[in-house]
Write a protein that binds this ligand. Structure first.
Ligand code: GLU
Length: 323
């Protein structure tokens, strides 16, 4: 008698568990907005998804991370409900959350929520050696790829141009090629310089400096100093020498941080499982790209975040005793 009821109970549990797993597995599809395929955001998205998808059978979440136009495109897609999460520069996060400057017409994106910050992203300008560009002001009159609309670098470059009192007419050519196309354009001599706000080392700058003799350009001077002092999300940054062919000296510039954001419309459980997948496998995550190697948990949950943390992230950080 006892045996029978135990057996019944057992099969009922199995039945329930497998039913739960099948329905759950088909249930939640999550898309993370990234950037061009030769940048670091793409690797962030792929890495987060890879770790999250390892436990799909348990939590029923399937993650994918297609390439995209970059920060601004990601924030707009999250706001429009077409993406659930996205990698976004900290300056873009700030401006979009507050609804200021380039985001003034949309108004504040008050439903934006932060998950964590990632690697630093210096404003990186690479010029062909034969263009004789060593400082940002030498870009005047040159052919410059200022970035596709939707990219973070385009937004940051617009700010730099304003600070210098320039418009696109100050360049011989201001092109808007995608991040993944610009290294080839530099090599083909279609542009003199390319602009990328990006973690290091990365495939794009490596491609640029190996296909042609090219140098990193310093971004400094009184106008830049003023920009950094006026805006909380900018900080001085150094691109270390020795990362790229022909660039052995450090390059002075300023930068932001990459961050992962979602909206209140992204459910708590999905966000909880996402941050859990990253922080439970943190050593593994850090090995997935050299730009992640120096990440530290305690900095990631506060630096560069202007939107409030997502409830699902808070739940996990409290469980870990970080909050
Ligand atoms: N910071 C760039 C952007 O916001 C993307 C950099 C990358 O893809 O790593 O568009």
């Amino acid at each position: 008698m006892m045996r029978k009821s135990l057996a019944l109970l057992f099969s009922a549990t199995i039945g329930y568990a497998s039913l739960g797993a099948t329905t759950a597995a088909a249930e939640t599809f999550v898309t993370i907005g990234t950037g061009g395929q030769t940048g670091v955001y793409y690797v962030v998205g792929q890495s987060v998804c890879r770790l999250l998808n390892r436990n799909s059978a348990e939590h029923g979440i399937r993650c994918n991370a297609p390439s995209s136009g970059g920060s601004v495109a990601n924030v707009n897609a999250i706001r429009g409900g077409e993406m659930n999460m996205g990698v976004v520069q900290s300056d873009i996060q700030y401006k979009s959350y507050e609804g200021i400057q380039s985001f003034e017409s949309e108004g504040p994106f008050s439903d934006m929520r932060a998950l964590f910050a990632l690697h630093g992203e210096p404003l990186t300008i690479v010029a062909r050696n034969d263009a004789n560009i060593t400082g940002v002001k030498d870009l005047k009159g040159k052919r410059v790829n200022i970035g596709n609309p939707g990219s973070g670098q385009r937004d940051t470059m617009d700010v730099v141009m304003q600070a210098l009192g320039w418009t696109v007419d100050d360049f011989a050519l201001a092109s808007a090629l995608d991040a993944a196309e610009q290294a080839a354009a530099l090599g083909d001599n279609n542009i003199d310089a390319m602009v990328y706000v990006v973690g290091h080392p990365n495939g794009s700058i490596q491609e640029a400096t190996t296909t042609v003799d090219a140098n990193l350009v310093s971004v400094s001077g009184p106008e830049i100093d003023q920009l950094i002092s006026e805006r909380p999300y900018y900080a001085k940054a150094i691109i270390p020498g020795g990362l790229y062919r022909g660039n052995d000296a450090d390059t002075e510039t300023f930068g932001v941080r990459a961050t992962l954001v979602a909206s209140t419309a992204t459910d708590d459980e999905t966000v909880y499982q996402t941050v859990k997948a990253v922080f439970e496998n943190f050593d593994r995550f850090k090995r997935l790209h050299p730009a992640f190697a120096t990440l530290k948990e305690e900095e990631m949950i506060k630096d560069g975040l202007s939107a409030p943390l997502h409830e699902g992230a808070i739940r996990y950080y409290k469980e870990r005793g970080w909050m």
